[in-house]
Design a protein around this ligand. Structure first.
Ligand code: GLN
Length: 280
């Protein structure tokens, strides 16, 4: 059933759209609400509380059609919430996942409210971990590195929109190659899916391949990071590196000779999610 041309209430439009999205999305009702909010230029709360005016059927329909092709919701709406901030996202950057908030939680547990003074985010994408950390600790400054110029442009725009342009620097780079200064907190969400998992993993083809996949075994990122990260951790500092939930043993082994205390942090679902390196 299509909506265009029908006089229809928002509630009815949401019901129809959620029905169509069932199967294309794990969260059809939520997606419908967020697409409606985006179509009308209002918040989801406004939609739910009936403060959104009337449906813009053609515009809403077009957004639902895009979602039905498998295009991620965040690319359609152009934003994704992460930790305490809302990030602009677009094709060409990895969409932030809630799992990665585990790395910020590890930083909070390590530094408390004093916080780190300096933060490094390797593979920052749209600025995800760096900008979340700078929002968490308002006195901190930081550097975000990415191999993608598209990502760096989006990250800089996010920093500006969040009022953090003066505290966040973004630079093109191959992970930490060439960096000499040390950082109190190093955050890194590298690609870690094995190429062979591409189909089984069910990742849509919309996100940048290089941000998700890391060689035949999913570990090629860690092989580079193993020698690059430990020397950059300041005394008393922490590195939090995201891992796939089955990679703990292999990734811990990469850092066994790092001179750091190596531990593992679980995500909210109880899965191994980050390797933590702390330096006395
Ligand atoms: N956790 C992400 C996913 O499963 C992968 C992120 C990554 O490779 N860094 O889609």
């Amino acid at each position: 059933m299509r909506l265009s041309g029908l006089p229809i209430s928002i509630a009815e439009a949401l019901r129809v759209a959620a029905g169509r999205l069932d199967g294309a999305s794990d969260t059809p009702r939520l997606d419908a609400e967020l697409l409606m909010a985006h179509a009308l230029g209002v918040s989801r709360e406004d939609v739910l509380l009936g403060r959104a005016g009337s449906v813009a059927p053609a515009r809403f329909e077009a957004l639902v059609e895009r979602r039905l092709t498998g295009e991620p919701l965040a690319y359609i709406t152009g934003t994704r919430d992460f930790w305490t901030i809302t990030l602009g996202v677009a094709p060409g950057v990895l969409i932030p996942r809630p799992d990665s908030e585990t790395l910020i939680e590890a930083g909070v547990a390590h530094f408390g409210s004093d916080g780190p003074r300096t933060v490094l985010d390797l593979g920052t994408g749209p600025g995800t971990l760096l900008l979340a950390a700078l929002d968490q600790w308002p006195a901190a400054i930081g550097l975000g590195i990415d191999a993608s110029e598209i990502a760096l442009d989006i990250a800089r725009a996010n920093a500006a929109r969040l009022g953090m342009a003066g505290r966040a620097t973004f630079r093109h780079g191959d992970w930490a190659k060439g960096l000499a200064e040390r950082f109190d907190l190093i955050l890194c969400n590298p690609p870690y899916i094995a190429e062979s998992e591409q189909i089984a993993h069910g990742v849509s083809g919309f996100e940048p391949h290089e941000a998700l996949f890391a060689g035949p075994d999913g570990l090629s990122g860690y092989r580079k990071l193993a020698c690059q990260i430990p020397p950059l951790i300041a005394a008393g500092g922490l590195a939090a590196i995201e891992i796939g939930s089955t990679q703990r043993t292999e990734v811990e082994a990469f850092f066994a000779d790092s001179g750091c205390v190596v531990t593992c942090q679980r995500d909210l679902g109880g899965r191994d999610r980050a390797i933590l390196l702390s330096r006395q």
